[in-house]
Write a protein that binds this ligand. Sequence first.
Ligand code: PEP
Ligand code: MG
Length: 593
Amino acid sequence: MKTKSEAKKEVILMRGIGVSSGIVIGKAYLVKTKGVEPVHFCYLDPSAVEAEVSRFKDAVKVSMEQLNKIKRTLAKEGRGKEHIAIIDAHMMILQDQMLINDTIEVIRKDRVNAEWALKSVLKDIRALFDKIDDRYFKERSSDIEHIVDRILLNLSGKAEKSLADIDEPSVIVAHDLSPADTAQMVKGKVLAFLTDMGGRTSHTAIMARALELPAVVGLENITQKVETGDTVIVDAMTGAVIVNPSESVINVYEKRKERYERYGKALHHYRSLPSETIDGHRVKLMGNMEMAEEINALLNHGAEGIGLYRSEFLFLNRKDLPTEEEHVAAYSYVAKRMAPNPVVIRTLDIGGDKFLAHMDTVDEINPAMGLRAIRFSLKRPDIFKTQLKGILRASVHGELKIMFPMISGIEEFRRAKAVLEETKDELIKEGKPFDPDIEVGVMIEVPSAALIADILAKECDFFSIGTNDLLQYSLAIDRVNEHVAYLYEPFHPAVLRIINSVVDSAKKHGISVSVCGEMAGEPEHALIFVGMGVEQLSMNAFSLLRVKKLVRSISYAEAREIGRAILQFSTAREVENYVSSKLTDFYKEEYWS
Ligand code: PEP
Ligand code: MG
Protein backbone atom coordinates (compact mmCIF):
# COMPACT_ATOMS: atom_id res chain seq x y z
CA MET A 1 0.00 0.00 0.00
CA LYS A 2 1.17 3.48 -0.78
CA THR A 3 1.78 6.05 1.89
CA LYS A 4 -0.18 9.30 1.67
CA SER A 5 2.77 11.25 0.34
CA GLU A 6 3.51 8.58 -2.29
CA ALA A 7 -0.14 8.66 -3.35
CA LYS A 8 0.18 12.42 -3.80
CA LYS A 9 2.96 11.87 -6.30
CA GLU A 10 0.57 10.10 -8.60
CA VAL A 11 -0.06 11.78 -11.90
CA ILE A 12 -3.13 13.96 -11.56
CA LEU A 13 -4.83 15.48 -14.55
CA MET A 14 -7.14 18.39 -13.84
CA ARG A 15 -9.11 20.67 -16.08
CA GLY A 16 -10.09 24.21 -15.20
CA ILE A 17 -10.74 27.36 -17.15
CA GLY A 18 -7.74 28.49 -19.18
CA VAL A 19 -7.95 32.25 -19.03
CA SER A 20 -4.84 33.40 -20.80
CA SER A 21 -2.16 31.94 -22.99
CA GLY A 22 1.03 29.91 -22.84
CA ILE A 23 2.40 26.62 -21.56
CA VAL A 24 4.49 26.35 -18.42
CA ILE A 25 6.32 23.43 -16.83
CA GLY A 26 7.54 24.29 -13.37
CA LYS A 27 7.57 23.71 -9.64
CA ALA A 28 4.45 24.44 -7.66
CA TYR A 29 4.45 26.92 -4.82
CA LEU A 30 1.41 26.47 -2.63
CA VAL A 31 0.11 29.66 -1.07
CA LYS A 32 -1.93 28.95 2.01
CA THR A 33 -4.52 31.58 1.45
CA LYS A 34 -7.16 29.54 3.19
CA GLY A 35 -6.61 28.70 6.80
CA VAL A 36 -3.12 29.09 8.22
CA GLU A 37 -1.85 26.71 10.90
CA PRO A 38 -4.38 25.02 13.19
CA VAL A 39 -4.98 27.16 16.25
CA HIS A 40 -4.25 25.71 19.70
CA PHE A 41 -6.03 26.58 22.89
CA CYS A 42 -4.03 28.03 25.72
CA TYR A 43 -5.38 29.08 29.10
CA LEU A 44 -3.65 32.18 30.50
CA ASP A 45 -2.42 33.01 33.91
CA PRO A 46 -4.17 36.27 35.06
CA SER A 47 -0.79 38.00 35.09
CA ALA A 48 -0.24 37.15 31.41
CA VAL A 49 -3.51 38.52 30.11
CA GLU A 50 -2.43 42.10 29.37
CA ALA A 51 0.76 40.90 27.66
CA GLU A 52 -1.43 38.72 25.45
CA VAL A 53 -3.64 41.71 24.58
CA SER A 54 -0.50 43.64 23.61
CA ARG A 55 0.74 40.73 21.51
CA PHE A 56 -2.60 40.75 19.69
CA LYS A 57 -2.53 44.53 19.21
CA ASP A 58 1.00 44.29 17.81
CA ALA A 59 -0.08 41.67 15.29
CA VAL A 60 -2.95 43.92 14.21
CA LYS A 61 -0.51 46.82 13.88
CA VAL A 62 1.90 44.77 11.77
CA SER A 63 -1.00 43.62 9.60
CA MET A 64 -2.00 47.23 9.06
CA GLU A 65 1.56 48.15 8.10
CA GLN A 66 1.68 45.28 5.62
CA LEU A 67 -1.55 46.42 4.00
CA ASN A 68 -0.29 49.99 3.87
CA LYS A 69 2.82 48.75 2.10
CA ILE A 70 0.77 46.78 -0.43
CA LYS A 71 -1.42 49.83 -0.99
CA ARG A 72 1.65 51.96 -1.71
CA THR A 73 2.95 49.33 -4.16
CA LEU A 74 -0.40 49.29 -5.94
CA ALA A 75 -0.47 53.08 -6.18
CA LYS A 76 3.15 53.25 -7.36
CA GLU A 77 2.51 50.71 -10.08
CA GLY A 78 -0.55 52.66 -11.16
CA ARG A 79 -2.84 49.71 -10.52
CA GLY A 80 -6.56 50.47 -10.75
CA LYS A 81 -8.49 52.26 -8.07
CA GLU A 82 -10.69 49.23 -7.65
CA HIS A 83 -7.76 47.24 -6.26
CA ILE A 84 -6.83 49.96 -3.83
CA ALA A 85 -10.47 50.07 -2.75
CA ILE A 86 -10.27 46.39 -1.82
CA ILE A 87 -7.15 46.98 0.27
CA ASP A 88 -8.97 49.89 1.93
CA ALA A 89 -11.83 47.53 2.73
CA HIS A 90 -9.34 45.10 4.31
CA MET A 91 -7.91 47.96 6.34
CA MET A 92 -11.36 48.87 7.54
CA ILE A 93 -11.94 45.30 8.69
CA LEU A 94 -8.72 45.56 10.67
CA GLN A 95 -10.24 48.43 12.59
CA ASP A 96 -13.57 46.73 13.00
CA GLN A 97 -15.02 46.92 16.47
CA MET A 98 -16.51 43.45 16.34
CA LEU A 99 -13.40 41.69 15.13
CA ILE A 100 -10.72 43.52 17.10
CA ASN A 101 -12.41 44.75 20.27
CA ASP A 102 -14.38 41.56 20.73
CA THR A 103 -11.20 39.52 20.44
CA ILE A 104 -9.55 41.66 23.11
CA GLU A 105 -12.63 41.22 25.28
CA VAL A 106 -12.53 37.43 24.85
CA ILE A 107 -8.82 37.34 25.77
CA ARG A 108 -9.56 39.29 28.93
CA LYS A 109 -12.83 37.62 29.89
CA ASP A 110 -12.02 33.99 29.05
CA ARG A 111 -8.28 34.31 29.70
CA VAL A 112 -7.39 32.55 26.45
CA ASN A 113 -4.62 33.07 23.93
CA ALA A 114 -5.12 35.63 21.15
CA GLU A 115 -5.30 33.02 18.37
CA TRP A 116 -8.07 31.13 20.12
CA ALA A 117 -9.97 34.32 20.94
CA LEU A 118 -9.71 35.57 17.37
CA LYS A 119 -10.94 32.28 15.93
CA SER A 120 -13.90 32.18 18.29
CA VAL A 121 -14.87 35.73 17.32
CA LEU A 122 -14.52 34.76 13.67
CA LYS A 123 -16.90 31.87 14.29
CA ASP A 124 -19.53 34.31 15.63
CA ILE A 125 -19.04 36.63 12.67
CA ARG A 126 -19.39 33.72 10.25
CA ALA A 127 -22.65 32.67 11.90
CA LEU A 128 -23.89 36.23 11.53
CA PHE A 129 -22.92 36.40 7.85
CA ASP A 130 -24.62 33.07 7.16
CA LYS A 131 -27.89 34.61 8.25
CA ILE A 132 -27.58 37.57 5.88
CA ASP A 133 -29.17 36.84 2.55
CA ASP A 134 -26.99 39.16 0.53
CA ARG A 135 -24.37 37.89 -1.91
CA TYR A 136 -22.15 40.91 -1.44
CA PHE A 137 -21.94 40.45 2.31
CA LYS A 138 -21.45 36.73 1.90
CA GLU A 139 -18.50 37.45 -0.39
CA ARG A 140 -17.10 39.98 2.07
CA SER A 141 -16.93 37.25 4.68
CA SER A 142 -14.00 35.85 2.65
CA ASP A 143 -12.26 39.22 3.09
CA ILE A 144 -12.61 38.83 6.85
CA GLU A 145 -11.13 35.34 6.63
CA HIS A 146 -8.18 36.78 4.69
CA ILE A 147 -7.63 39.37 7.41
CA VAL A 148 -7.91 36.81 10.19
CA ASP A 149 -5.32 34.64 8.42
CA ARG A 150 -3.03 37.63 8.15
CA ILE A 151 -3.32 38.41 11.87
CA LEU A 152 -2.79 34.73 12.75
CA LEU A 153 0.33 34.59 10.63
CA ASN A 154 1.68 37.67 12.34
CA LEU A 155 0.80 36.25 15.75
CA SER A 156 2.77 33.14 14.88
CA GLY A 157 5.79 35.39 14.40
CA LYS A 158 6.35 33.96 10.95
CA ALA A 159 7.08 36.64 8.43
CA GLU A 160 4.40 37.02 5.83
CA LYS A 161 5.32 34.94 2.83
CA SER A 162 5.37 37.48 0.11
CA LEU A 163 4.90 36.35 -3.43
CA ALA A 164 7.65 38.82 -4.26
CA ASP A 165 10.06 36.83 -2.08
CA ILE A 166 9.80 33.49 -3.87
CA ASP A 167 13.31 32.11 -4.37
CA GLU A 168 12.91 30.25 -7.59
CA PRO A 169 10.52 30.79 -10.48
CA SER A 170 7.33 28.98 -9.52
CA VAL A 171 3.79 28.18 -10.46
CA ILE A 172 1.64 29.76 -7.77
CA VAL A 173 -1.17 27.53 -6.52
CA ALA A 174 -3.77 29.21 -4.35
CA HIS A 175 -7.36 28.88 -3.28
CA ASP A 176 -7.93 32.40 -4.53
CA LEU A 177 -5.65 35.36 -5.08
CA SER A 178 -6.57 38.75 -3.75
CA PRO A 179 -5.42 41.98 -5.42
CA ALA A 180 -2.94 42.22 -2.55
CA ASP A 181 -1.42 38.94 -3.73
CA THR A 182 -1.33 39.78 -7.40
CA ALA A 183 0.21 43.16 -6.57
CA GLN A 184 3.25 41.31 -5.25
CA MET A 185 3.70 39.05 -8.22
CA VAL A 186 6.93 39.62 -10.04
CA LYS A 187 7.01 38.47 -13.62
CA GLY A 188 9.84 36.03 -14.05
CA LYS A 189 9.45 34.69 -10.51
CA VAL A 190 5.82 33.84 -11.03
CA LEU A 191 5.65 31.52 -14.03
CA ALA A 192 1.91 30.97 -13.93
CA PHE A 193 -0.89 30.67 -11.44
CA LEU A 194 -3.58 28.15 -10.63
CA THR A 195 -6.58 28.75 -8.40
CA ASP A 196 -9.43 26.72 -6.96
CA MET A 197 -11.84 29.61 -7.49
CA GLY A 198 -12.66 31.88 -10.39
CA GLY A 199 -14.14 32.06 -13.84
CA ARG A 200 -13.28 33.73 -17.14
CA THR A 201 -14.26 37.15 -15.91
CA SER A 202 -13.11 36.78 -12.32
CA HIS A 203 -10.61 39.28 -11.05
CA THR A 204 -7.76 36.74 -11.15
CA ALA A 205 -8.49 35.89 -14.77
CA ILE A 206 -8.42 39.54 -15.73
CA MET A 207 -5.17 40.06 -13.87
CA ALA A 208 -3.65 37.04 -15.63
CA ARG A 209 -4.42 38.59 -18.98
CA ALA A 210 -3.27 42.02 -17.83
CA LEU A 211 0.05 40.65 -16.52
CA GLU A 212 0.29 38.31 -19.51
CA LEU A 213 0.76 35.35 -17.22
CA PRO A 214 -0.49 31.86 -18.06
CA ALA A 215 -3.29 30.96 -15.65
CA VAL A 216 -5.94 28.34 -15.09
CA VAL A 217 -8.74 29.16 -12.66
CA GLY A 218 -11.82 27.34 -11.37
CA LEU A 219 -9.86 24.15 -10.61
CA GLU A 220 -12.03 23.63 -7.51
CA ASN A 221 -9.57 21.72 -5.33
CA ILE A 222 -6.08 22.00 -6.79
CA THR A 223 -4.81 23.30 -3.43
CA GLN A 224 -5.64 19.90 -1.96
CA LYS A 225 -3.86 17.97 -4.69
CA VAL A 226 -0.59 19.85 -5.00
CA GLU A 227 2.30 20.34 -2.63
CA THR A 228 5.06 22.93 -2.87
CA GLY A 229 7.81 21.47 -5.03
CA ASP A 230 5.57 19.22 -7.14
CA THR A 231 6.15 19.47 -10.86
CA VAL A 232 3.16 20.86 -12.72
CA ILE A 233 2.34 21.43 -16.36
CA VAL A 234 0.00 24.33 -17.07
CA ASP A 235 -1.69 24.77 -20.43
CA ALA A 236 -3.40 28.12 -20.06
CA MET A 237 -5.23 27.83 -23.35
CA THR A 238 -6.95 24.49 -22.87
CA GLY A 239 -7.17 24.76 -19.07
CA ALA A 240 -5.30 21.45 -18.63
CA VAL A 241 -3.12 21.02 -15.54
CA ILE A 242 -0.98 17.93 -15.01
CA VAL A 243 0.50 17.38 -11.57
CA ASN A 244 3.57 15.10 -11.26
CA PRO A 245 3.69 14.30 -14.97
CA SER A 246 5.78 11.41 -16.26
CA GLU A 247 8.97 12.07 -18.22
CA SER A 248 7.26 11.23 -21.49
CA VAL A 249 4.41 13.68 -20.84
CA ILE A 250 6.95 16.36 -19.90
CA ASN A 251 8.70 15.71 -23.22
CA VAL A 252 5.47 16.09 -25.15
CA TYR A 253 4.70 19.38 -23.40
CA GLU A 254 8.23 20.68 -23.76
CA LYS A 255 7.92 20.26 -27.50
CA ARG A 256 4.49 21.84 -27.46
CA LYS A 257 5.81 24.74 -25.39
CA GLU A 258 8.71 25.24 -27.80
CA ARG A 259 6.35 25.24 -30.76
CA TYR A 260 4.08 27.68 -28.98
CA GLU A 261 6.93 30.05 -28.13
CA ARG A 262 8.30 29.91 -31.62
CA TYR A 263 4.84 30.61 -32.87
CA GLY A 264 4.47 33.55 -30.42
CA LYS A 265 7.74 35.07 -31.59
CA ALA A 266 6.79 34.64 -35.21
CA LEU A 267 3.48 36.29 -34.46
CA HIS A 268 5.14 39.28 -32.93
CA HIS A 269 6.36 40.18 -36.36
CA TYR A 270 2.73 41.07 -37.18
CA ARG A 271 2.47 43.61 -34.39
CA SER A 272 3.17 46.71 -36.43
CA LEU A 273 2.04 45.40 -39.80
CA PRO A 274 -1.29 46.69 -41.06
CA SER A 275 -4.27 44.43 -40.65
CA GLU A 276 -5.19 44.02 -44.29
CA THR A 277 -5.83 41.22 -46.72
CA ILE A 278 -3.42 40.32 -49.55
CA ASP A 279 -5.50 42.46 -51.89
CA GLY A 280 -5.42 45.45 -49.54
CA HIS A 281 -8.79 45.24 -47.77
CA ARG A 282 -8.55 46.67 -44.22
CA VAL A 283 -10.02 44.84 -41.24
CA LYS A 284 -9.65 46.82 -38.03
CA LEU A 285 -8.59 44.77 -35.03
CA MET A 286 -9.56 46.21 -31.68
CA GLY A 287 -9.30 45.13 -28.06
CA ASN A 288 -11.87 44.06 -25.47
CA MET A 289 -11.15 45.34 -21.99
CA GLU A 290 -12.56 45.33 -18.49
CA MET A 291 -9.93 47.25 -16.56
CA ALA A 292 -7.26 49.84 -17.20
CA GLU A 293 -4.56 47.23 -16.47
CA GLU A 294 -5.33 45.51 -19.74
CA ILE A 295 -4.45 48.46 -21.95
CA ASN A 296 -0.70 47.78 -22.05
CA ALA A 297 -1.18 44.19 -23.18
CA LEU A 298 -3.65 45.32 -25.84
CA LEU A 299 -1.30 48.01 -27.15
CA ASN A 300 1.61 45.54 -27.13
CA HIS A 301 -0.43 43.29 -29.36
CA GLY A 302 -1.26 46.09 -31.77
CA ALA A 303 -4.88 46.91 -30.84
CA GLU A 304 -6.21 49.71 -33.04
CA GLY A 305 -8.65 50.93 -30.43
CA ILE A 306 -11.08 49.45 -27.92
CA GLY A 307 -14.07 47.75 -29.51
CA LEU A 308 -15.66 46.79 -26.20
CA TYR A 309 -15.04 48.37 -22.81
CA ARG A 310 -17.09 46.31 -20.35
CA SER A 311 -17.81 49.18 -17.99
CA GLU A 312 -19.60 47.05 -15.38
CA PHE A 313 -16.23 46.24 -13.86
CA LEU A 314 -16.22 49.77 -12.46
CA PHE A 315 -19.28 48.85 -10.45
CA LEU A 316 -18.15 45.48 -9.11
CA ASN A 317 -16.22 44.72 -5.94
CA ARG A 318 -17.49 47.72 -4.04
CA LYS A 319 -20.34 48.72 -1.81
CA ASP A 320 -21.15 52.12 -3.26
CA LEU A 321 -21.80 53.32 -6.78
CA PRO A 322 -19.10 54.98 -8.86
CA THR A 323 -19.48 58.75 -8.85
CA GLU A 324 -19.68 60.86 -11.99
CA GLU A 325 -16.09 61.97 -11.36
CA GLU A 326 -14.91 58.36 -11.13
CA HIS A 327 -16.58 57.61 -14.45
CA VAL A 328 -14.95 60.68 -16.00
CA ALA A 329 -11.53 59.66 -14.70
CA ALA A 330 -11.80 56.03 -15.86
CA TYR A 331 -12.99 56.82 -19.38
CA SER A 332 -10.67 59.82 -19.83
CA TYR A 333 -7.72 57.60 -19.00
CA VAL A 334 -8.65 55.03 -21.64
CA ALA A 335 -9.50 57.73 -24.20
CA LYS A 336 -6.07 59.35 -23.74
CA ARG A 337 -4.16 56.07 -23.82
CA MET A 338 -5.85 54.93 -27.01
CA ALA A 339 -5.98 58.30 -28.82
CA PRO A 340 -6.29 58.86 -31.75
CA ASN A 341 -7.96 55.45 -31.94
CA PRO A 342 -11.59 55.04 -30.88
CA VAL A 343 -12.90 53.52 -27.66
CA VAL A 344 -16.37 51.99 -27.53
CA ILE A 345 -17.76 52.16 -24.02
CA ARG A 346 -20.58 49.78 -23.38
CA THR A 347 -22.92 51.12 -20.73
CA LEU A 348 -23.53 49.05 -17.61
CA ASP A 349 -24.29 45.41 -18.43
CA ILE A 350 -25.30 44.35 -14.98
CA GLY A 351 -27.66 41.52 -14.06
CA GLY A 352 -27.42 37.93 -15.25
CA ASP A 353 -24.34 36.59 -13.54
CA LYS A 354 -22.97 40.01 -12.62
CA PHE A 355 -24.73 41.84 -9.84
CA LEU A 356 -24.55 45.10 -8.00
CA ALA A 357 -23.62 44.60 -4.40
CA HIS A 358 -25.44 47.57 -3.01
CA MET A 359 -28.74 46.87 -4.74
CA ASP A 360 -31.52 44.73 -3.47
CA THR A 361 -31.45 42.64 -6.59
CA VAL A 362 -34.32 40.25 -6.83
CA ASP A 363 -33.35 36.60 -7.15
CA GLU A 364 -34.58 35.97 -10.64
CA ILE A 365 -35.52 32.49 -11.87
CA ASN A 366 -33.91 33.21 -15.19
CA PRO A 367 -31.40 36.02 -14.74
CA ALA A 368 -30.06 35.82 -18.31
CA MET A 369 -33.49 36.90 -19.50
CA GLY A 370 -34.23 39.18 -16.60
CA LEU A 371 -33.53 42.73 -15.55
CA ARG A 372 -30.19 42.93 -17.31
CA ALA A 373 -28.08 45.51 -19.10
CA ILE A 374 -30.07 48.31 -20.76
CA ARG A 375 -33.25 47.12 -19.03
CA PHE A 376 -31.63 47.80 -15.69
CA SER A 377 -30.23 51.17 -16.81
CA LEU A 378 -33.64 52.30 -18.01
CA LYS A 379 -35.17 51.30 -14.71
CA ARG A 380 -32.52 53.27 -12.83
CA PRO A 381 -32.04 56.47 -14.84
CA ASP A 382 -30.10 57.98 -11.93
CA ILE A 383 -27.35 55.36 -12.29
CA PHE A 384 -27.60 55.47 -16.08
CA LYS A 385 -27.30 59.25 -16.29
CA THR A 386 -24.33 59.37 -13.95
CA GLN A 387 -22.51 56.96 -16.24
CA LEU A 388 -23.56 58.77 -19.42
CA LYS A 389 -22.35 62.06 -17.97
CA GLY A 390 -19.02 60.41 -17.24
CA ILE A 391 -18.69 59.11 -20.81
CA LEU A 392 -19.79 62.41 -22.35
CA ARG A 393 -17.41 64.49 -20.25
CA ALA A 394 -14.52 62.15 -21.02
CA SER A 395 -15.29 62.40 -24.74
CA VAL A 396 -13.27 65.63 -24.95
CA HIS A 397 -10.12 63.55 -24.42
CA GLY A 398 -10.38 61.21 -27.38
CA GLU A 399 -12.76 59.44 -29.69
CA LEU A 400 -15.29 57.83 -27.41
CA LYS A 401 -18.39 56.02 -28.60
CA ILE A 402 -21.38 54.85 -26.58
CA MET A 403 -22.90 51.41 -26.99
CA PHE A 404 -26.06 50.07 -25.37
CA PRO A 405 -26.08 46.37 -24.42
CA MET A 406 -28.92 43.88 -24.87
CA ILE A 407 -31.18 46.10 -26.95
CA SER A 408 -34.19 44.00 -27.99
CA GLY A 409 -36.37 46.51 -29.84
CA ILE A 410 -36.36 49.97 -31.39
CA GLU A 411 -38.43 51.57 -28.63
CA GLU A 412 -35.94 50.47 -26.03
CA PHE A 413 -33.15 52.01 -28.09
CA ARG A 414 -35.12 55.24 -28.49
CA ARG A 415 -35.70 55.43 -24.75
CA ALA A 416 -31.99 54.97 -24.11
CA LYS A 417 -31.17 57.67 -26.64
CA ALA A 418 -33.74 59.99 -25.05
CA VAL A 419 -31.98 59.60 -21.69
CA LEU A 420 -28.70 60.38 -23.45
CA GLU A 421 -30.20 63.56 -24.95
CA GLU A 422 -31.54 64.63 -21.52
CA THR A 423 -28.09 64.03 -20.08
CA LYS A 424 -26.49 66.16 -22.79
CA ASP A 425 -28.96 68.99 -22.01
CA GLU A 426 -28.05 68.78 -18.33
CA LEU A 427 -24.36 69.00 -19.12
CA ILE A 428 -24.96 72.02 -21.35
CA LYS A 429 -26.78 73.71 -18.45
CA GLU A 430 -23.92 72.82 -16.15
CA GLY A 431 -21.49 74.30 -18.67
CA LYS A 432 -19.51 71.07 -18.97
CA PRO A 433 -18.03 70.36 -22.40
CA PHE A 434 -18.47 67.11 -24.35
CA ASP A 435 -18.36 65.85 -27.92
CA PRO A 436 -21.85 66.70 -29.27
CA ASP A 437 -21.43 64.27 -32.17
CA ILE A 438 -20.50 61.26 -30.07
CA GLU A 439 -21.53 58.11 -31.92
CA VAL A 440 -24.16 55.82 -30.44
CA GLY A 441 -24.25 52.13 -31.27
CA VAL A 442 -26.36 49.08 -30.60
CA MET A 443 -25.00 45.82 -29.37
CA ILE A 444 -26.66 43.08 -31.39
CA GLU A 445 -26.90 40.14 -29.05
CA VAL A 446 -30.62 39.39 -28.82
CA PRO A 447 -32.23 37.65 -31.84
CA SER A 448 -35.11 40.17 -31.94
CA ALA A 449 -32.61 43.01 -32.44
CA ALA A 450 -30.86 41.02 -35.17
CA LEU A 451 -34.16 40.50 -36.97
CA ILE A 452 -34.94 44.22 -36.96
CA ALA A 453 -31.36 45.26 -37.70
CA ASP A 454 -32.60 47.19 -40.76
CA ILE A 455 -34.90 49.26 -38.54
CA LEU A 456 -32.23 49.85 -35.88
CA ALA A 457 -29.61 50.72 -38.49
CA LYS A 458 -31.61 53.79 -39.52
CA GLU A 459 -31.34 55.26 -36.04
CA CYS A 460 -27.91 54.30 -34.78
CA ASP A 461 -24.31 54.93 -35.84
CA PHE A 462 -22.91 51.42 -35.58
CA PHE A 463 -23.56 47.80 -34.65
CA SER A 464 -21.39 45.51 -32.61
CA ILE A 465 -22.38 41.86 -32.63
CA GLY A 466 -22.06 40.19 -29.23
CA THR A 467 -21.81 36.57 -30.26
CA ASN A 468 -21.57 35.24 -26.69
CA ASP A 469 -25.11 36.25 -25.90
CA LEU A 470 -26.39 36.00 -29.45
CA LEU A 471 -25.54 32.29 -29.43
CA GLN A 472 -27.03 31.83 -25.99
CA TYR A 473 -30.34 33.39 -26.98
CA SER A 474 -30.60 32.02 -30.53
CA LEU A 475 -29.71 28.46 -29.68
CA ALA A 476 -31.49 28.56 -26.30
CA ILE A 477 -28.47 27.41 -24.35
CA ASP A 478 -27.36 28.92 -21.08
CA ARG A 479 -23.79 30.05 -21.63
CA VAL A 480 -22.74 29.06 -18.12
CA ASN A 481 -24.49 25.69 -17.95
CA GLU A 482 -21.98 22.88 -18.55
CA HIS A 483 -24.76 20.35 -19.29
CA VAL A 484 -25.80 22.06 -22.50
CA ALA A 485 -22.33 23.23 -23.47
CA TYR A 486 -22.25 20.62 -26.26
CA LEU A 487 -24.99 22.59 -28.04
CA TYR A 488 -22.89 25.74 -28.07
CA GLU A 489 -22.14 25.67 -31.77
CA PRO A 490 -20.69 28.86 -33.22
CA PHE A 491 -20.89 27.30 -36.70
CA HIS A 492 -24.60 26.60 -36.38
CA PRO A 493 -26.21 27.66 -39.67
CA ALA A 494 -28.84 29.67 -37.77
CA VAL A 495 -26.14 31.71 -36.03
CA LEU A 496 -24.29 32.32 -39.30
CA ARG A 497 -27.46 33.39 -41.09
CA ILE A 498 -28.41 35.79 -38.30
CA ILE A 499 -24.95 37.39 -38.29
CA ASN A 500 -24.89 37.60 -42.06
CA SER A 501 -28.24 39.36 -42.17
CA VAL A 502 -27.12 41.87 -39.53
CA VAL A 503 -24.00 42.64 -41.56
CA ASP A 504 -26.11 43.05 -44.71
CA SER A 505 -28.47 45.48 -42.96
CA ALA A 506 -25.55 47.53 -41.65
CA LYS A 507 -24.03 47.72 -45.12
CA LYS A 508 -27.31 48.63 -46.75
CA HIS A 509 -27.71 51.54 -44.35
CA GLY A 510 -24.10 52.61 -44.48
CA ILE A 511 -23.24 52.05 -40.82
CA SER A 512 -20.20 50.20 -39.52
CA VAL A 513 -20.45 46.73 -38.02
CA SER A 514 -18.08 44.87 -35.76
CA VAL A 515 -18.04 41.59 -33.84
CA CYS A 516 -16.93 41.72 -30.21
CA GLY A 517 -17.90 38.30 -28.79
CA GLU A 518 -15.34 35.54 -28.18
CA MET A 519 -15.85 34.22 -31.74
CA ALA A 520 -14.08 37.31 -33.13
CA GLY A 521 -10.79 36.11 -31.62
CA GLU A 522 -10.82 32.66 -33.25
CA PRO A 523 -9.18 32.59 -36.70
CA GLU A 524 -11.70 30.12 -38.17
CA HIS A 525 -14.59 32.34 -37.10
CA ALA A 526 -12.81 35.57 -37.95
CA LEU A 527 -12.36 34.22 -41.49
CA ILE A 528 -16.13 33.89 -41.82
CA PHE A 529 -16.75 37.39 -40.47
CA VAL A 530 -14.26 38.94 -42.87
CA GLY A 531 -15.94 36.95 -45.63
CA MET A 532 -19.30 38.38 -44.64
CA GLY A 533 -17.90 41.90 -44.86
CA VAL A 534 -17.41 42.73 -41.17
CA GLU A 535 -14.96 45.66 -40.97
CA GLN A 536 -13.92 45.45 -37.33
CA LEU A 537 -13.23 42.63 -34.92
CA SER A 538 -12.70 43.14 -31.20
CA MET A 539 -10.98 40.59 -28.96
CA ASN A 540 -8.59 39.95 -26.08
CA ALA A 541 -4.88 40.75 -26.39
CA PHE A 542 -3.80 37.15 -27.00
CA SER A 543 -5.99 36.73 -30.07
CA LEU A 544 -5.04 39.95 -31.84
CA LEU A 545 -1.90 38.75 -33.60
CA ARG A 546 -3.29 35.35 -34.54
CA VAL A 547 -6.25 37.01 -36.19
CA LYS A 548 -4.03 39.60 -37.87
CA LYS A 549 -1.96 36.79 -39.28
CA LEU A 550 -5.11 35.25 -40.69
CA VAL A 551 -6.28 38.54 -42.21
CA ARG A 552 -2.90 39.02 -43.88
CA SER A 553 -2.94 35.49 -45.31
CA ILE A 554 -6.14 35.76 -47.32
CA SER A 555 -7.44 37.77 -50.20
CA TYR A 556 -10.70 39.56 -49.63
CA ALA A 557 -12.12 37.99 -52.79
CA GLU A 558 -11.34 34.53 -51.45
CA ALA A 559 -12.83 35.35 -48.04
CA ARG A 560 -16.01 36.70 -49.67
CA GLU A 561 -16.32 33.43 -51.54
CA ILE A 562 -16.06 31.51 -48.26
CA GLY A 563 -18.50 33.91 -46.57
CA ARG A 564 -21.07 33.12 -49.25
CA ALA A 565 -20.41 29.38 -49.40
CA ILE A 566 -20.92 28.67 -45.71
CA LEU A 567 -24.51 29.89 -45.88
CA GLN A 568 -25.42 26.89 -48.05
CA PHE A 569 -24.61 24.20 -45.46
CA SER A 570 -27.19 22.53 -43.23
CA THR A 571 -25.14 21.57 -40.18
CA ALA A 572 -22.46 23.10 -38.00
CA ARG A 573 -20.22 20.10 -38.75
CA GLU A 574 -20.41 20.71 -42.49
CA VAL A 575 -19.52 24.37 -42.03
CA GLU A 576 -16.66 23.50 -39.73
CA ASN A 577 -15.21 20.92 -42.13
CA TYR A 578 -15.44 23.31 -45.02
CA VAL A 579 -13.85 26.21 -43.13
CA SER A 580 -11.04 23.98 -41.81
CA SER A 581 -10.24 22.72 -45.27
CA LYS A 582 -10.11 26.28 -46.61
CA LEU A 583 -8.12 27.58 -43.65
CA THR A 584 -5.33 25.05 -44.04
CA ASP A 585 -4.77 26.24 -47.62
CA PHE A 586 -3.28 29.51 -46.42
CA TYR A 587 -3.13 29.63 -42.63
CA LYS A 588 -0.48 27.19 -41.47
CA GLU A 589 2.12 26.93 -38.70
CA GLU A 590 -0.42 26.89 -35.88
CA TYR A 591 1.74 25.64 -33.02
CA TRP A 592 -0.68 22.84 -32.18
CA SER A 593 -1.13 21.64 -35.74
C1 PEP B 1 -21.28 39.15 -25.93
O1 PEP B 1 -22.36 38.91 -25.41
O2 PEP B 1 -20.88 38.60 -26.97
C2 PEP B 1 -20.37 40.15 -25.34
C3 PEP B 1 -19.28 40.52 -25.97
O3 PEP B 1 -20.65 40.66 -24.13
P1 PEP B 1 -20.53 39.88 -22.73
O4 PEP B 1 -19.67 38.68 -22.96
O5 PEP B 1 -19.95 40.87 -21.80
O6 PEP B 1 -21.96 39.55 -22.41
MG1 MG C 1 -23.30 40.15 -23.97
